[in-house]
Design a protein around this ligand. Structure first.
Ligand code: GLC
Length: 520
């Protein structure tokens, strides 16, 4: 079967607040994004996924939605959105929206009604109990908040301002499927579904068991194993219904945000692949950076994928430390080569194509509610959400006003304009990797085979055609090759057309793509 766009293609995540501000209020917006679609074309990606743009009190920066079928004035208007979809499509780009079904804002009219009284028809749209159980909020503390007015507790997996919807209530299901339809009709090409594995909870609200591996100083949420509050069997029926709705339209994609061990993650492809097209695979966000671990998790993922399921890989997002900070700038180039040569749809996080780093945010500038509620453990997400670095102009060319979050101090040298002009820059490397993947079906959809992985080198072959050899350390390495070939690309961007025999020499922190000579 001919591969679909979301199988061949590359997804690019835009965090709208931080991408580009067109009106000088210090917050990125939709007209800004529209003005940078040509940049995304230049980069060579296929789809952009926008973190939430809906009206919101912004307690969790848009992941607290007060109206699912409108655009927050901070980002623009519905007309701006329509223009963006049209302009994206005119350039052959797909547009994916963030869908946040697990919880609303406490300012959503549904919750206002629900909390108005115990007898309100929308009472059961949320989760109300006379007594809390031991479930914890992902953002610290109990997941239950007492509502004085109506005398019960409501459940919130995140902030108290983000009450969880009751997905066991058919009216909620109907209303939320209606939201998907609204955006599908407006032409969006798919959804990234926020915390998909959280939607359904144990109907008896049993306590979660303690996590024996939890220690003081770890994320307090991990003190319990959230087996009764998430990843319940019934969620798969909901996913199937979302998918069935998308299937009424042409080639739309359903992506799920799911942080689970691989064997449970792959269940979200659904029975007979009728679930999510792409349950996000976050393994690379936390994998120890060594060849044995990486080879092991790639092999495990490939082994666990249901027959016919399409893989995917994520290297960064708005919740997790930036790759360039996690593995260092030199290895970030190797990581880019890994992401863009693995089998499966890659998702890039804005700014990672420049090697942007985590930016330390002084305590008095902290914005993220997670950091405010659980300070000092390094869990805060502001450092990875700083403004995109476009140029050496003030505020990195992001805004003519005051940016909502400080700009990285390295912006004068690390920016799009400077890297565009530098033939050895990270941006140049990313463009070359993307262009190569786009030009070579072997890299887009070809099969994957790991070569024996020794020491610090991770080596694999796609479609018997391309061999990737990634040196994960800063000392030279040597690898024997199954056949001779020619270097197509080095992460150092200085080695092409070089013939290689049965030995391949890798310099420190070098990744190579070799086109193998024909053979078996
Ligand atoms: C997801 C989002 C994160 C948000 C949370 C609550 O994990 O990626 O940014 O805070 O859900 O909606």
């Amino acid at each position: 079967m001919k591969p679909l766009w979301w199988q061949r293609g590359i997804v690019y995540q835009v965090y709208p607040r931080s991408f580009i501000d067109s009106n000088g209020d210090g917050v990125g917006d939709l007209p800004g994004i529209l003005s940078r679609l040509d940049y995304l074309r230049e980069l060579g990606v296929d789809a952009l996924w926008l973190s939430p743009i809906y009206p919101s009190p912004m307690k969790d920066f848009g992941y607290d939605v007060a109206d699912y079928t409108a655009v927050d004035p901070l980002f623009g208007t519905l007309a701006d959105f329509d223009r963006l979809v049209e302009a994206a499509h005119a350039r052959g780009l797909k547009l994916i929206l963030d869908f946040v079904p697990n919880h609303t804002s406490d300012q959503h009219p549904w919750f206002k009604e629900s909390r108005a009284s115990r007898h309100n028809p929308k009472r059961d749209w949320y989760l109300w109990r006379d007594q809390p159980n031991n479930w914890l909020s992902n953002f610290g503390g109990s997941a239950w908040t007492f509502d004085e007015g109506s005398g019960q507790y409501y459940y919130h997996a995140f902030l108290p301002e983000q009450p969880d919807l009751n997905w066991r209530n058919p009216e909620v299901v109907q209303a939320m499927l209606g939201v998907l339809r609204f955006w599908l009709e407006r032409g969006v090409d798919g959804f990234r579904v926020d915390v998909l594995w959280h939607l359904v909870k144990d109907e008896h609200f049993g306590d979660n068991p303690p996590n024996p591996d939890w220690r003081e100083g770890m994320d307090p949420y991990q003190a319990l194993i959230p087996e009764l509050s998430s990843d319940r069997e019934e969620v798969h029926d909901i996913v199937r219904r979302m998918r069935a709705l998308l299937d009424e339209y042409d080639e739309r994609v359903l992506i799920g945000e799911i942080y689970l061990p691989l064997e449970r993650l792959v269940k979200y492809y659904g029975v007979d692949l009728q679930g999510a097209h792409l349950p996000f695979n976050f393994q690379l966000l936390s994998a120890p950076w060594d060849a044995a671990h990486l080879a092991g998790l790639i092999a495990e993922y490939e082994r666990l994928l249901p027959a016919g399921a399409w893989p995917n890989w994520v290297l960064g997002n708005h919740d997790r430390p930036r790759i360039a900070s996690r593995v260092g700038p030199a290895q970030a180039r190797v990581a880019a080569m890994l992401l863009l040569t693995l089998r499966g749809t890659p998702t890039l996080y804005y700014g990672d194509e420049l090697g942007m780093q985590n930016v330390p945010i002084p305590p008095d500038e902290v914005q993220d509610p997670f950091e405010r509620r659980v300070p000092g453990l390094g869990l805060g997400r502001d450092p990875i959400r700083t403004p995109m670095q476009w140029s050496a102009a003030p505020h990195a060319g992001f805004t003519r006003g005051k940016p909502w979050l400080r700009v990285s101090p390295d912006y004068e040298t690390r920016n799009v304009a400077a890297q565009r002009a530098d033939p050895r820059s990270m941006l140049t490397l990313q463009k070359k990797l993307i262009a190569l993947r786009q030009a070579e079906p072997s890299l887009q959809i070809g099969n994957f085979q790991i070569l024996e992985t020794k020491g610090d080198v991770l080596a694999y072959v796609r479609n018997k055609t391309f061999l990737m050899a990634l040196n994960l350390r800063s000392r030279p390495q040597r690898l024997s090759l199954p056949r001779d070939g020619a270097v197509v690309l080095s992460t150092h961007l200085d080695r092409t057309q070089e013939r290689v025999g049965n030995m391949l020499d890798l310099r420190p922190d070098e990744g190579l793509i070799v086109r193998l000579a024909h053979g078996d």
